[in-house]
Each structure stands twice: as C-alpha cells, then as structure tokens.
Ligand binder design. Structure first.
Ligand SMILES: Cc1cc2nc3c(=O)[nH]c(=O)nc-3n(C[C@H](O)[C@H](O)[C@H](O)COP(=O)(O)OP(=O)(O)OC[C@H]3O[C@@H](n4cnc5c(N)ncnc54)[C@H](O)[C@@H]3O)c2cc1C
Length: 400
C-alpha cells in the first residue's frame, strides 16, 4: 500500500500567532523595551549562537564577547548614572530572556555582574565606591563576582563561617566560598562575611594578599560559564572597602531578589529556544509516513510547552510591573523563579526526548539547555527553598 503524502499544515497568515509568544507579551512592552529586545536578539543570533556549542563543549566562557555586551548597555542596565543605561525592569527582563535563548552561561555572566555585584555597590556603597567601581564595571573593564555560598551549605547562608574581624582601621577576613560564578575572572569580589555586628559586604580586589580563586573544572552544566572556589586567608581589607549601607542577611538577599527576577525571564528564553527547535524538527521528521508534528501525542507535548511558556511569560510580565511599582516582594520572586525554572527544565528534558537519539547531540540545543538549567534551578535558591518560602508566606510558619 502506498504511503499517504504528508498533509500541508493549515495556516491562516492573518490570524497566525507568534508560536513563541502566543499572548503577545512583547506587545505589552514599551517601544524602547522592544528596541532593547531586538538589539540583544540580534547580538545573540549573530555573535552567541554561532560559537556557543563549541564553548560549551570546550568548557570555555567566551571572554571576547564582554566588550560587545558592555557596549550594548547590558551591564548594570537598570542603574541610573555611573555610565549605566538606566533601563526599566521589563527591559532587564527581556535582556535576560534573549541572552538565555543563547545560553544560560551568558545570562549568568550578565546577572552576576549587574544584579549581584553592581547592584549592591549602587544600593549600599559609598559615593567613592560607586565612582571607583561602577563605570568600569559598566564598560566591562572590571568583572565582579558575588561570594555568598560556602562549602558547607548554600541554602542556609545565616550559618556563615567566613568572618571578618576588626584590626585597627582594617578588617581581616578568613573563610571560603564555593560555586562562585566569574570567580577566577573577577577583578573584584563582593564578599559577604560574618562580623560581630552582623553580616557585612566587603569589596575585595583581585591580587589582595591572601585572596585566592580557583576554577571548578569538570562541570556538566554551565560549561560556557566560569565557576570558582574562593579562599580568604587573613585577607586585610581597609574600612573604605566595606559597603556602608547595609548590615545583616538582607544585604545579600536583596541582591538575590534582583537576580532571581532576571532569572524568571531568562529561563523563558531557554524554553523558547527548545520549543522553536522542536516546531522545526517535528514538522520535517517523517515517521510512519507523516511528520511527527501531525501526531496527536507530539501535538499534546508541543501544546503543553506553549501553555507553560505562556504562563511563565505572563508571570514575569506581572512581576516586572510589580517591580516597577515598588510592590515586588521576595515571595513573588520565589514563586516565579520556582515556576519558571521548573517549566524550562521540563521543556528542555521533553524536547531532548522528542529528538530521539539526536537529542543527546550538542548539535541540537535542548540537551545543552537541559544541562544548564540543572544549575539554574539550583542556584539562587534551590527549588525546595523557594517552595518552602511560599509555604512560609501562606502559613506564617518557617519550615527551614
Ligand atoms: C553553576 C553554579 C553557579 C553558582 N554561582 C554562585 C555565585 O555566583 N555566588 C554564590 O554565592 N553562589 C553561587 N552558587 C551556589 C548556589 O547558590 C548554591 O549551590 C545553592 O544555593 C544551593 O546550595 P548548596 O549547593 O550548598 O546545596 P545545599 O544547601 O547543601 O542543599 C542540598 C539539598 O538540600 C535541600 N535542602 C536544603 N535545605 C532544606 C530544607 N530545610 N528542607 C528540605 N530540603 C532542603 C536543597 O534544596 C538541595 O536539594 C552557584 C551554584 C552553581 C551550581
């Protein structure tokens, strides 16, 4: 019996929706925000996608992209003044989304520089610290890293072992930090340490005696990103390198709130990259005489991806609006980080399966995104910690 020719998909161009943005979230952005999105999208298409597979395979961060990332205004993009772009929260969101459509490692680089290093200097630093660090960081001439997590357990930062003691006008820091993005390429570390007064933030310049950073090798995730371990052995830091504007855990936690907001958008980009590839692949892969896309099971899975991406987009959009209005709370961010990371990881895993054997090849994007998202769902608060945060919000009882 002759095999039936594959049917032509029914498409009405007038009504066709953008399959990666079914509810037109882009239409809710301002013109400036759409322009930012377009320029970052072009950068990702032209400069990131052609090299990122190789970078991932070689466990290499593409340093040479830093000047372009900086010239696009993506470093400290929400900060006003100090040579920063002063963009809106939604613009920061779409920057993260487009970068992570390329790779979570590139988005992580920008998140750490912007939200975890430049933000605390801007929010809690002295005017001298802002002038000294922010313009150079915006230009990409100085890279930062954020040292909070310690080897004995990142989920419980209040149990911090790294400590700083006063010695005359200076501070002496001892301890270690683990899993630090940009650790070995950073010129300055925003290091959080316990003091007699509570947790304080210290700006430790590369080369300071007793401060050492070593790269963590053999990662299976975020291979196009630098991750390091930091060691502080009687590191002497002058008083002018202490962030004067904050004492206590709220310092680092407020930085994480900024970064997690960006992550909620970023992972949408990773999921969109997977869905885009699956729409293409399943429409050309012919099995049992018809395209995979013409089978009910595959359509259910594609539709489910689309449903989950759309709800994540709407969540991040509303989160961005709350942020602009000054109404965003850490619980809002926890729910969105949990939902959106889980969404993206599930989609990447499902897309990998729908590719069959090809799904394990780095030539297709899902396996790379899947492996990266294993880090993204863990860092900046694991999924469990965010679930427990919502549990605490609902019940008033802390279970952690
Ligand atoms: C690639 C990468 C980059 C990173 N970059 C940075 C960075 O730049 N700066 C930085 O400071 N940190 C960074 N981190 C660290 C990251 O934030 C931590 O890995 C994360 O917070 C979890 O800490 P942990 O690895 O010590 O796991 P643990 O805290 O030991 O947790 C282990 C497990 O226990 C679970 N758990 C913990 N507490 C409870 C509880 N009360 N009840 C039930 N389950 C619980 C967790 O959910 C997890 O599943 C990075 C991590 C990775 C992987």
């Amino acid at each position: 019996m002759a095999t039936a020719a594959p049917a032509t998909p029914i498409k009405n161009s007038k009504q066709a929706l953008n399959p990666l943005d079914l509810f037109d979230v882009r239409g809710m952005l301002g013109e400036d925000e759409r322009m930012v999105q377009d320029s970052v999208a072009r950068f990702v298409d032209d400069r990131v996608l052609p090299i990122i597979q190789e970078c991932f395979e070689q466990h290499r961060f593409p340093h040479d992209l830093i000047p372009e990332i900086a010239s696009l205004g993506l470093l400290g993009s929400s900060i006003k003044g100090y040579d920063c772009a002063g963009l809106s929260s939604l613009a920061y969101g779409v920057i993260c989304q487009e970068l992570e459509r390329g790779d979570s490692g590139i988005r992580s680089f920008v998140s750490v520089q912007s939200s975890l290093c430049m933000y605390p200097i801007y929010a809690f630093g002295s005017e001298e610290q802002k002038q000294k660090y922010l313009p150079r960081m915006a230009r990409g001439e100085l890279i930062g890293c954020f040292g909070l997590t310690e080897p004995h357990g990142g989920s419980d930062p209040a149990n911090m072992k790294t400590h700083a003691k006063r010695q005359g006008k200076d501070w002496v820091i001892n301890g270690a930090k683990m899993w630090i993005t940009n650790g070995t390429i950073a010129g300055v570390c925003v290091c959080w340490a316990a003091t007699d007064e509570g947790i304080r933030g210290f700006l430790i310049d590369k080369g300071t005696k007793g401060f050492d950073a070593r790269e963590i090798e053999n990662k299976f995730s975020l291979r196009a990103s630098v991750t390091g371990a930091l060691f502080f052995d009687n590191v002497v830091v002058p008083e002018e390198n202490v962030l004067p504007g904050v004492v206590g855990l709220k310092g680092p936690l407020s930085c994480l709130t900024q970064a997690r907001y960006g992550i909620t958008w970023g992972v949408i980009g990773a999921a969109q990259a997977c869905l885009a590839q699956m729409l293409d692949y399943t429409s050309t892969r012919i099995l049992f005489g018809k395209p995979l896309a013409q089978t009910q099971a595959i359509q259910l899975r594609l539709a489910d991806m689309s449903r989950r991406i759309t709800t994540a987009q709407l969540l991040s959009l509303q989160l961005g609006q709350l942020k602009e209005q000054g109404r965003m709370t850490p619980s809002h961010v926890s729910l969105a980080k949990w939902n959106n990371c889980r969404m993206a990881l599930d989609i990447a895993r499902d897309a990998r399966d729908m590719l069959g054997g090809a799904g394990i090849s780095a030539e297709y994007v899902p396996v790379r995104h899947m492996l990266n998202l294993e880090s993204v769902i863990t860092y900046e608060g694991t999924e469990t910690i965010h679930q427990l945060t919502i549990g605490r919000e609902l019940t008033g009882f802390s279970a952690f």
